[in-house]
Design a protein around this ligand. Structure first.
Ligand code: C2E
Ligand code: MG
Ligand code: MG
Length: 412
């Protein structure tokens, strides 16, 4: 839970120059925008200092409080605060006056910044003063650590926007092998960010920020085009054709650009559709199942392969799984890690393999690190595997070097 304390910057000046009537109307409009900026479940109230009745506006009172409940992450309070600051930045039009107001917001988190209403309000208020000191028109957390984290996040988001234009992203490839023959059959395309200062970053370092900002869709589209281009180049160099799988985010899958991006990537590179595989997680597929089935059916008709990533970690219904026109199930690496140490997960892996096979799906085991895991998976009839045992994610050229030449492969 978070308490936001808001104060309009320089409200007194507006009130004094344009009159109390305009000031009142402005406060009402501010309240409307505020209400739009927070979720419906969050309560917004005028701060009326100890008066029980909220319906009476107090002249001169330009303070509001917002109570955010059911917060998933502390960071979400910052997101709401930013939304509020941005919402206020647009000019208000009141009785023919175009009025610009900004707002300073202080945030106190329950229970770390106070476990009583009084303590929370006091600390949110003091954070609000900090926001004023920082030049108004911004938000501050009461806690310094949270401020530092919020700033870092803001910087990261700014850098992410530039990263797209500055082409700082790279695609790495992790080999996938056929467990029976031990031969390489393809790779998963994995995103890396070559950050100018911080070095090579992994998706865990920036994927959430990319999702929050909506940049993930553009990034995913770039990965998809890049992977198709790389794959076609390798084939043109005489390498054995392989299938490259690309991760598809929720925003790409449920947006309206996926089909055209796939069609374009295939036609521009001339890549065989069966050399492209799209991975989506159970939760992405299960969100709006009917739309997912239509989308997957269309993709399948284009000749692209489809897989369910991280299988076993989401909440998928088996009856829906049966209706999804997919080709491959990728068993999540957590099950593979436990396969040797615990007695129980092995039956789960066996059950997933049996289930997938009875649905005529191939099974790939993720995160295979040890020889003993490989042996066990092979014994259980698992078809394919991916993991450090066979190769870590690597740059495109390094992966291409692993691929046998097509004519040698056929001869062998
Ligand atoms: P994922 O799709 O399940 O990818 C597998 C992850 O497991 C990769 O992490 C890979 O490096 C790691 N891995 C592979 N073999 C092993 C192993 O033997 N042991 C261990 N401990 N780990 C192994 P990575 O590259 O950090 O990617 C993490 C996640 O980020 C991916 O999980 C995927 O969900 C997401 N991701 C990666 N690239 C993209 C992308 O281009 N677009 C989107 N939307 N998501 C991506
Ligand atoms: Mg994946
Ligand atoms: Mg996975």
């Amino acid at each position: 839970m978070a308490t936001l304390f808001l104060d309009l910057d320089r409200f007194k000046v507006i009130n004094d120059t344009l009159g109390h009537n305009v000031g009142d109307l402005l406060l009402k409009s501010v309240a409307d925008r505020l209400a739009e900026s927070v979720r419906h479940s969050d309560s917004v109230s005028r701060s009326v200092e100890k008066e029980e009745n909220y319906s009476f506006a107090r002249l001169g009172g330009d303070e509001f409080t917002v109570l955010l409940t059911n917060l998933r992450e502390v960071h979400d309070a910052g997101k709401v605060a930013r939304r509020i600051v941005e919402a206020m930045a647009k000019p208000f039009s009141i009785e023919g006056n175009e009025i610009f107001v900004t707002v300073s917001v202080g945030i106190a988190i329950f229970p770390v910044d106070g476990d009583s209403v009084d303590a929370l309000l006091k600390n949110a208020d003091s954070a609000m003063y900090h926001a004023k000191e920082e030049g108004r028109n911004n938000f501050q957390f009461y806690s310094n650590t949270l401020n530092a984290a919020a700033n870092e996040r803001l910087i990261l988001e700014g850098e992410l926007r530039h990263a797209v234009d500055r082409e700082e992203f790279v695609v790495f490839y992790q080999p996938q092998i056929d467990l029976r023959t031990g031969g390489i059959i393809g790779a998963e395309a994995l995103l890396r960010w070559q950050h100018p200062q911080r070095g090579l970053l992994h998706p865990a370092d920036f994927l959430l920020a990319a999702m929050d900002t909506g940049l993930i869709r553009a990034i995913d589209e770039w990965v998809l085009r890049t992977a198709c281009r790389h794959n076609q180049t390798w084939q043109q160099r005489g390498k054995m054709p392989v299938c490259i799988s690309v991760n598809v985010s929720n925003s790409l899958f449920h947006g309206n650009t996926l089909l055209s991006v796939v069609a374009e990537a295939l036609s521009q590179t001339g890549l065989t559709p069966a050399c492209l595989e799209l991975e989506l997680t159970e939760s992405i597929a299960m969100r709006n199942v009917d739309a997912s089935i239509v989308m997957l059916t269309t993709l399948k008709a284009m000749g692209v392969l489809l897989s369910i990533d991280d299988f076993g970690t989401g909440y998928s219904s088996l009856s829906y799984l049966q209706r999804l026109p997919i080709n491959i199930v990728k068993i999540d690496q957590s099950f593979i890690q436990d396969i040797l140490t615990q007695a129980r997960p092995a039956p789960i892996v066996r059950a997933i393999i049996a289930m997938a096979h009875s649905l005529n799906l191939l099974v790939l085991a993720e995160g295979v690190e040890q020889e003993a895991q490989r042996t066990l998976l092979l014994e259980q009839g698992c078809d394919q595997a991916q993991g450090y045992l066979f190769g870590r994610p690597m740059p495109a050229d390094a992966f291409a070097a692993l691929l046998p030449l097509a004519h040698l492969h056929k001869a062998g």
